[in-house]
Write a protein of this length. Structure first.
Length: 163
């Protein structure tokens, strides 16, 4: 996993030309494994040091991870403020503006076109991962400097307070 301020996180990724290559398939498998290990909702290739335009997303209602090669956001509608975190900036959360609805296009791991209409967490994850692929971190989209905070570690066995 690459962590800020690693320059690869600020680097725009390149479109994938050969979807069926063994190296790309291995990258996809490695990304899925990393996303699960770090308990993320999504991961972009530059977070694991690759500059290929590949993202993986798995929201709770997805039975399997979504492989998104050459992810492109086609349309954004509405706006809302949401809390966000990032595997590459561990221990922090912030409030950013994201779209209420998103339309996106990508290729799956077999090169088939996938079109997605998303709301809620899936829309947020699509925008977050598309930003990564463009070299943009969520902290650049904070609604204000006071809208980023460090998470307090929770001691084992301690009760978490609500809200």
């Amino acid at each position: 996993m690459r962590y800020a301020p690693d320059p690869v996180l600020r680097t725009k990724t390149q479109r994938v030309r050969l979807v069926n290559s063994p190296s790309l398939q291995k990258l996809i498998d490695d990304m899925i494994e990393s996303m699960r290990y770090y308990e993320g909702v999504g991961i972009a290739a530059n977070q694991v040091g690759s500059l290929q335009r590949v993202a993986i997303i798995q929201v709770p209602e997805d039975p399997e991870p979504r492989v998104l090669i050459n992810l492109t956001i086609l349309r954004r509608e509405g706006e809302r403020e949401v809390e966000e975190g990032c595997l590459s900036i561990p221990g922090y959360r912030g409030v950013v503006k994201r779209s209420e609805r998103v339309r996106a296009r990508a290729l799956d791991r077999h090169g088939r076109e996938v079109r997605i209409r998303a709301t809620d967490l899936l829309a947020q994850a699509l925008e977050h991962e598309a930003d990564h692929l463009d070299g943009v971190l969520y902290i650049e989209r904070l609604v204000g400097r006071d809208k980023l905070w460090k998470l307090e570690p929770v001691e084992k066995g301690a009760e978490a307070s609500p809200g």
